[in-house]
Design a binder for this molecule. Structure first.
Ligand SMILES: Cc1cc2nc3c(=O)[nH]c(=O)nc-3n(C[C@H](O)[C@H](O)[C@H](O)COP(=O)(O)OP(=O)(O)OC[C@H]3O[C@@H](n4cnc5c(N)ncnc54)[C@H](O)[C@@H]3O)c2cc1C
Ligand SMILES: Cc1cc2nc3c(=O)[nH]c(=O)nc-3n(C[C@H](O)[C@H](O)[C@H](O)COP(=O)(O)O)c2cc1C
Length: 767
């Protein structure tokens, strides 16, 4: 094949090498706009896996590259005069210039023709003479941008400003240095990539950048300003840029996240940064470029594979990897963009939050990397959780939490789950066993399902209620059992179904109206949940008074039944949520329009409930932190204001759910998918929160809690299949101080022994 590679970056060079290695008969030429040895950037970091991949693909260049690697283990986080050091991170890096030199030499040796100072124009007809034109021309690819529609290009220009500098100061650790200035926070990511050289990337928000006047400074002035700002880390060494000699490169940049729907069009194939980018803070761009190159060369040389099939396989396989990395990279990018949110953290927790920002590194990963450091974090967490009483180094999920005078034994909660099994609202033996068993299972806090304040307020005929003495007695039996047989606290979730009422049992059809015996429903406005559901009656002021009083009566009954805590359900499109979301609330009175107006009635209900509930017992509010409808619905920014408003009126905890407020919602699911909303509300609104939504491993819970993304962690579906989730986690993590029902002691100690033996065997096999 006759192939032209545009750009002599890692992608173009390594692809050329990989093609020649597979078939020396290929004619491969590389065209690079810059002279040899002139490139942007300084060092790049690699992972062990990338090293294995390049070792298998070309042992010759891999040997030279790995021979020149700089290795380091520690990460130093400098903030507010403290330096937090954690070890075991195992990085390897090399200078970008040196990497390119090695790859250029190898390419030449294999017979690749290299043309430097050759600016390529996609419109030049000469490209038609090549079988393939590899657009390895980087993030600002002209070849991609010449046909944006053909490639389905999606560019997301991120908020922060950064500049990629170098210095002769040798950093022994991967260093993050955060500095507070009169213009705002500014920070550096620095690491050594050669015996005498380090990368030094400076980053800040666009606002800080403008306040500094960087927009008006020359490159030299910018560098001088950065040298002054970070003088204490540079020990007299200067900062340098190598962007000056480059064509098409600026000093300060905004990171551009690039995705392409199609990676090939005509004879042009996108490779490396031209096809996709991953934020520099997770250091994976070069790895992706090299791995793309290997895969493309492999499929193009596989016998019997048509060109189209080869390109399909190339994109399908590489795109999956890219999406995974871009996902982690997005978390990491957003962490730096929302940094202000975490600046009130103590330095140790700040460092933990930084290390776990991409969600690729979890609590247990950190234990493997640096046990002593992680135990320091755990000790710090427990000290704070117990007002200094405990010096334990146990997992955060087992630390107690005090809400007013209620102390929960640990941070795991059984999330509210409707069981659709009551008759006339009365909880029965099913609820007794269901909730009783989950309390025995070790969770610190057990929620009832949404318990309705009136017969019309039920979702289905099977919902539990709290509107008469039978309900109080039946609930009291359950609450008494929980208190007598476990250390769990029990919270009554109160709600009114509003527009989603009068529907079938959950397993007969979600939100589907009854076949017969429907009762009239009401809501903020006459907006039906779906065309199949009833059109609700917009609530009059008299309706509002009546429903508020029903909530208050239910609170009083909850007190009689002995509940420890009350939650107001203001999420998921039910009655109070129908006021909060603009997608359902079309009112033109004081209860519609602005968020303040839409919150007026839910806050009124909450305040009345709070007044009826003892001051020493806590209350929470469940909210939907987004309508998953972009700016048309409730946004995460609104959710901060909603959380703050309820907290001002006496809510001790915001239970952060999302969506289900609108039938056409476009949710983005995934592991811990709602936790970012909890993080935002907790750390921007400074309100205690509970995270929920696809949290299913103890490691998830510990990472969320230690990073300050929530104060409690709720699990719903995992508890349906495993009421003993918390006790099992305690056995797994070898935590002994949890309350175990005496009847079950034998089972727990056997489980702990077996799990320990299995872990030892697995470790022995690894050795
Ligand atoms: C601040 C920063 C830090 C980074 N840190 C890391 C890191 O630690 N680890 C990591 O793996 N990655 C890192 N990256 C990303 C990494 O630099 C890229 O992912 C990687 O360089 C991609 O390789 P590439 O060959 O696709 O593109 P590039 O390296 O950008 O190469 C493209 C080449 O094409 C040439 N070119 C462009 N247009 C033309 C044209 N029209 N004619 C001729 N030549 C042209 C350019 O001059 C360039 O040499 C970082 C990036 C930035 C911005
Ligand atoms: C069967 C079932 C019933 C539910 N009922 C309620 C409920 O009554 N009140 C409520 O606020 N959320 C309810 N939810 C939502 C859960 O509390 C939780 O927010 C959701 O399932 C996401 O958590 P998970 O991924 O751990 O399951 C229910 C969920 C399930 C699976």
């Amino acid at each position: 094949m006759k192939i032209a590679c545009i750009g002599a970056g890692p992608a173009g060079l390594y692809f050329a090498i990989s093609m020649k290695l597979r078939d020396p008969a290929h004619e491969v030429e590389i065209f690079e706009r810059n002279p040899p040895g002139v490139t942007f950037g300084w060092g790049v970091v690699f992972s062990d896996l990338t090293v294995d991949n390049i070792g298998r693909n070309d042992p010759v260049s891999a040997k030279t590259i790995t021979g020149e690697f700089a290795h380091w283990d520690d990460i130093d986080v400098h903030i507010r005069g403290e330096c937090i050091t954690s070890g075991g991170h195992g990085f390897i890096g090399i200078g970008r210039k040196r990497l390119l030199e090695i790859l250029q030499d190898r390419a030449r040796e294999l017979g690749v023709a290299l043309h430097f100072e050759a600016e390529c124009d996609p419109a030049d007809p000469k490209w038609r003479d090549y079988d393939l034109v590899i657009a390895s021309d980087g993030a600002n690819s002209r070849f991609r941008d010449a046909s944006p529609e053909a490639f389905g290009v999606d560019v997301d220009v991120r908020r922060n400003k950064f500049v990629w500098l170098g210095t002769s100061k040798v950093f022994d650790a991967f260093t993050f240095a955060f500095e507070e200035t009169e213009h705002g926070w500014i920070w550096a990511h620095a690491y050594r990539f050669a015996p005498d050289c380090s990368t030094f990337i400076v980053e800040c928000s666009e606002e800080t950048w403008a306040r500094f006047g960087f927009d008006r400074m020359s490159q030299d002035e910018s560098i001088a300003a950065c040298e002054k700002l970070f003088a204490k880390y540079l020990d007299g060494h200067s900062l340098q840029s190598n962007a000056t000699h480059l064509i098409g490169s600026a000093a300060w940049l905004n990171f551009r996240r690039i995705k392409c729907e199609r990676w090939a069009s005509g004879n042009v194939i996108l490779l490396g940064d031209a096809a996709h980018t991953a934020h520099f803070s997770i250091g994976s761009g070069t790895k992706l470029a090299l791995e793309d190159a290997i895969k493309l060369a492999e499929v193009l040389n596989r016998d019997g594979l048509s060109l189209q099939a080869a390109l399909d396989e190339y994109q399908a396989e590489r795109n999956l990897e890219v999406l995974k990395l871009q996902n982690s990279a997005r978390n990491s990018t957003e962490w730096f963009e929302t940094l202000e949110r975490y600046l009130h953290f103590e330095p140790l927790q700040f460092a933990y939050s930084l290390l776990t920002r991409s969600q690729r590194i979890s609590h247990e990963n950190l234990r493997l990397r640096d046990r002593e450091w992680l135990e320091g974090v755990e000790r710090w967490f427990w000290k704070r959780a117990t007002d200094g009483r405990s010096n334990t180094t146990a997992p955060p999920m087992f630390a107690p939490l005090r809400l007013r005078e209620m102390e929960v034994e640990n941070r795991i909660t059984v999330s509210p789950m409707a069981m659709y099994s009551a008759l006339d609202g009365v909880p029965n033996d099913f609820h007794f066993v269901h909730l009783g068993e989950r309390a025995l299972g070790g969770a610190g806090l057990v929620f009832t399902e949404m318990t309705c304040v009136s017969p019309e307020g039920r979702i289905s005929p099977g919902c539990t209620g709290m509107w008469n003495a039978d309900h109080v007695a039946a609930w009291k039996r359950i609450v008494d059992f929980v208190h007598a047989n476990s250390k769990a606290k029990i919270c009554l979730q109160l709600g009114h179904s509003g527009p989603k009422g009068s529907t079938k049992l959950g397993w007969e059809g979600n939100d589907v109206p009854l076949d017969e015996g429907n009762w009239p429903v009401m809501a903020a406005s006459d907006v039906p949940w779906s065309p199949a559901n009833q059109v609700p009656r917009p609530m009059t002021r008299a309706d509002m008074d009546a429903v508020r009083d029903e909530f208050v009566a239910a609170v009083t009954m909850g007190l009689e039944a002995g509940f420890d805590m009350i939650e107001l359900h203001a999420a998921h499109g039910y009655l109070l949520s129908s006021f909060i979301t603009p997608l359902q609330n079309r009112r033109t009175d004081d209860y519609g329009g602005s968020l303040e107006n839409r919150l007026r009635y839910p806050l009124e209900v909450f305040a009345a409930m709070r007044a009826a509930w003892p001051k020493d017992r806590p209350m929470s509010v469940r909210i939907s932190a987004t309508d998953w409808a972009g700016d048309d619905g409730v946004t995460p920014e609104d959710a901060v204001a909603i959380g703050e408003a309820f907290a001002r009126d006496g809510a001790d905890l915001i239970d952060v759910s999302a969506g289900q407020t609108w039938a056409e919602q476009q949710p983005v699911y995934g592991r811990m998918f709602q936790t970012p909303f909890s993080d935002k509300i907790r750390n921007e609104g400074r309100v205690a929160t509970m995270a929920v939504g696809n949290i299913y491993e103890p490691d998830h819970a510990n990472s969320i809690l230690a990073a300050g993304r929530a104060d409690l962690v709720a699990l719903a579906r995992p508890h349906l299949v495993d009421p003993f989730w918390t006790l099992r986690a305690a056995a797994q993590l070898d935590y002994r101080d949890i309350h175990i029902p005496p009847q079950y002691l034998n089972g727990m100690s056997q489980l702990a022994r077996n799990l320990k033996r299995e872990a030892e065997m697995a470790a022995a096999l690894r050795v």
